[in-house]
Design a protein around this ligand. Structure first.
Ligand code: DLL
Length: 436
């Protein structure tokens, strides 16, 4: 039997949920119109007043919010409450420009904690668990988000933060952690380190992993589950909306349940900005309907996913989003073909000889884009015959070509050549951007 943290909300009749969303949306619009000059201006420009928003059916009338808007109002210009009501800030740095700063009132922290407690309960975390939090603590929302949620469900929290991987392994062993929280790439790094230290999965007490903050594939899920002897669950979130816990897998691993009484999801076409019907792949857009300090309206996440409103076998009625397959701005265009790093990953991880560590290097020669995929092979493979390695390179190259429709150079590299990450992994080096 599935366990719920908040059964009333999580199994709520869908029509009642939509009504609740509508009421909260109306109240939020009223508040931002009156308190955030930036939103009032946007709405006036679109010819809207709060009276035009009566329920969720009017959501699509509202203008979108972009990351750029937060940067332009750096640091606190989009906050909807005076600073004496703000109790916490977090920030995330993108690849370019200023940090994106987000704020929380005490009620926002409580909402976030509730979302995290529900998420952890989705996958069976209880007060019997020892939760090892290896997400970074600090301006990044990962560490503290998981921390508050795990404390709320009554688990023992081990706030290790990232880094010092040998010590992580030691602590996992000594404190008998049952739940590991970190990025999926760091989970693999920990598994590597264990192998090097001679620690076997049976030496640990882990049963669950809660992995997110970066895209990963089902193939990677299988590898992590195998290497660590656990069930690996996907958790999604972004600082602008609240942090981790916007959505999370349940035990069925069939999509991530969105906390839709707090965040209304939409899927849009990233080019035309049109709302797409259920089941279409597109960009996720969220509207915060209970936040006080930073209630973003129709925030363009750039994350690509699919929404599913069917009731899940776990009994939850909340809409689910399928695993994020990439970002609309992570898409590489190589000789006119759209390529997502996740598609490359799905091909690579089919091969047992290959490790889940790779780097896509894109360059331009004689006005032609070229893509090289550097892939680590399993330990010891390099001592094999060169012919075998060449054959593997060819097989992967052909597979990439037939799956993605583009030619890529495949270069197998020795174990531990590709730099490991303790947080979000870097998978692409696009040298073309250097020439712009
Ligand atoms: O990464 C929050 C988080 C922390 C989520 C810990 C899960 C676990 P930001 O640093 O603001 O917040 O980055 C948000 O990371 O827009 C996605 O592109 C990506 N992302 C987050 N979770 C997932 C996931 C945190 N499960 C950005 N799958 C988002 C794919 C993810 N991408």
């Amino acid at each position: 039997m599935a366990r719920y943290w908040n059964a009333e909300i999580e199994t709520m009749d869908i029509e009642a949920l939509k009504k609740l969303q509508g009421e909260r949306l109306r109240a939020t619009i009223e508040r931002v119109y009156n308190n955030v000059p930036y939103y009032a201006e946007r709405m006036k420009k679109a010819g809207l007043t709060p009276d035009d928003i009566r329920g969720i059916e009017d959501l699509k009338k509202l203008p979108f919010t972009y990351k750029e808007d937060l940067r332009n109002n750096y640091p606190f210009g989009t906050f909807a409450v005076p600073m004496d009501q703000v109790v916490r800030v977090h920030a995330s740095s993108g690849t370019t420009g200023k940090m994106t700063v987000v704020g929380y009132t005490q009620k926002d922290i409580d909402t976030w904690t509730e979302c995290m407690a529900r998420s952890l309960t989705n996958v069976g975390v209880t007060n019997e668990d020892v939760v090892h939090v290896a997400y970074g603590y600090g301006l990044f929302t990962g560490g503290l988000g998981l921390h508050y949620g795990a404390e709320k469900v009554g688990a023992v929290v081990v706030p290790v933060s990232g880094g010092n991987t040998k010590r992580q392994v030691q602590l996992l062993q000594d404190f008998k952690a049952t739940v590991l929280c970190c990025t999926p790439s760091y989970a693999l790094y920990i598994a590597d380190e264990m192998a090097e230290m001679g620690v076997k999965k049976e030496d640990l007490s882990l049963r669950i992993g809660i992995f997110g903050a970066e895209p990963w594939s089902d193939e990677m899920r299988r590898q992590i589950e195998e290497k660590l002897g656990i069930k690996a669950y996907d958790i999604y979130g972004l600082s602008e909306i609240i942090g981790p816990g916007v959505s999370m897998d349940c035990e069925h691993q069939k999509g991530l349940h969105i906390q839709a009484d707090h965040f209304i999801p939409e899927i849009i076409d990233p080019e035309t900005e049109e709302v797409l019907p259920e089941g279409s792949t597109g960009e996720l857009v969220f509207t915060c309907i209970s936040k006080e300090a930073l209630p973003l309206i129709r925030y363009r996440t750039r994350d690509l996913s699919i929404l599913d409103w069917q009731k899940c076998s776990c009994g939850r009625t909340s809409p689910r989003m399928l695993r994020v397959t990439g970002r609309s701005d992570d898409m590489l265009i190589i000789r006119g073909v759209n390529v997502f790093p996740s598609q490359v990953e799905s091909v690579l991880l089919k091969y047992a000889e290959v490790e889940p560590h790779y780097m896509i290097v894109v360059d331009r020669k004689d006005n032609l884009d070229i893509m090289e995929i550097q892939i680590e092979v399993t330990n010891g493979l390099f001592s094999d015959e060169i012919r075998k390695l060449e054959a593997l390179e060819r097989t992967i190259r052909d597979d990439i070509e037939s799956t993605l429709g583009i030619h890529a150079k495949v270069r197998l590299v020795e174990h531990k050549t590709i730099q490991r990450s303790e947080g979000k992994a870097k998978r692409v080096i696009d040298k073309r951007q250097l020439y712009k």
